[in-house]
Design a protein around this ligand. Structure first.
Ligand SMILES: [Zn+2]
Length: 218
C-alpha cells in the first residue's frame, strides 16, 4: 500500500551512512567541520514541549527556531539524510518521556511529488531511526497542495479526507517532521480512528506555532 519499498529505503539508509563517513561534512546547525550535527548542537537542541491541538497531544523535540530550522531544512531540502539518526534518537527520548516507547509509530505519508523531489520520505526515515516499531498504516488517497503558504483554514480544507488508513486496532502514535497548525496530524488521526485505531498522540522534530500570525491562523 506504500509507494516506498522498505528494502530500497534500508539500502538508501546504508548508502547515506557510508557517504557521511567518506565525504567531508559540517555541522548542519553551526557549520563546524567534522560531524553532520556536532556534540554541542546535539546537546542543546532538545527542548521538549507538548502542545494540545484539538485534543491531540503533540510532543516536539524543539521549536522551529534558527538552529532547529537549519537542521530541518538540511534534512528536508539539502539531502542530509544522516541527520535522521541523531534526530531519531531525540524523538525516541521524546517517546520515552511521553510513556509511548512501546507503541507502534505511524509516519505521516509523503506526497509523490515530495518523494520524487527528495528521493526519500522524511517522516519515514525519522521513524525508522527511533528504534520503535514502525507501521506505515497511512497513505494519501488524493493529491494535496503544498501546505507551506496556506493559512489554518485552507490547510484544513487542503488535507481534509486526503489520508486513508489500513484497518486494524490497537494504540498508535503519529510521527511527522514539523507541525505548524496541526492540520496534517489531525487528518492522520481522523483516518486512523476511522480505520479503528486509537491515536494516543503525535511526535515531531520541530513545532512552529509562532511562525503563523493570528491573522493567518484564523
Ligand atoms: Zn554544531
Amino acid at each position: 500500500m506504500d509507494p516506498i519499498d522498505p528494502r530500497r529505503s534500508r539500502w538508501r539508509d546504508h548508502l547515506a551512512d557510508a557517504l557521511d563517513f567518506v565525504m567531508p561534512v559540517w555541522c548542519a546547525s553551526c557549520d563546524e567541520p567534522g560531524r553532520i550535527l556536532c556534540a554541542r548542537c546535539l546537546a542543546t537542541l532538545p527542548q521538549p514541549e507538548c502542545r494540545q491541538i484539538d485534543g491531540l497531544d503533540v510532543w516536539s523535540v524543539t521549536r522551529y527556531e534558527a538552529a532547529a530550522g537549519r537542521i530541518v531544512r538540511a534534512l528536508k531540502e539539502a539531502g542530509t539524510t544522516g541527520l535522521a539518526r541523531p534526530l531519531g534518537g531525540a524523538l525516541s527520548q521524546l517517546l520515552i518521556g511521553a510513556g509511548w516507547c512501546d507503541l507502534e509509530l505511524v509516519p505521516v505519508p509523503t506526497s509523490r511529488a515530495g518523494l520524487r523531489r527528495r528521493g526519500y520520505a522524511v517522516p519515514d526515515l525519522l521513524a525508522r531511526r527511533t528504534g520503535a516499531p514502525v507501521r506505515r498504516l497511512l497513505r494519501l488517497q488524493r493529491r494535496v497542495a503544498d501546505q507551506r503558504r496556506l493559512g489554518r483554514a485552507d490547510r484544513q480544507r487542503n488535507v481534509a479526507g486526503s489520508f486513508v488508513a489500513h484497518p486494524g486496532d490497537g494504540p498508535v502514535v503519529v510521527l511527522d517532521d514539523v507541525v505548524t497548525t496541526g492540520a496534517t496530524l489531525l487528518e492522520a488521526r481522523r483516518a486512523l480512528r476511522a480505520a479503528g485505531r486509537d491515536v494516543l498522540g503525535a511526535v515531531v522534530v520541530a513545532d512552529t506555532p509562532r511562525r503563523v500570525s493570528p491573522a493567518v491562523e484564523e
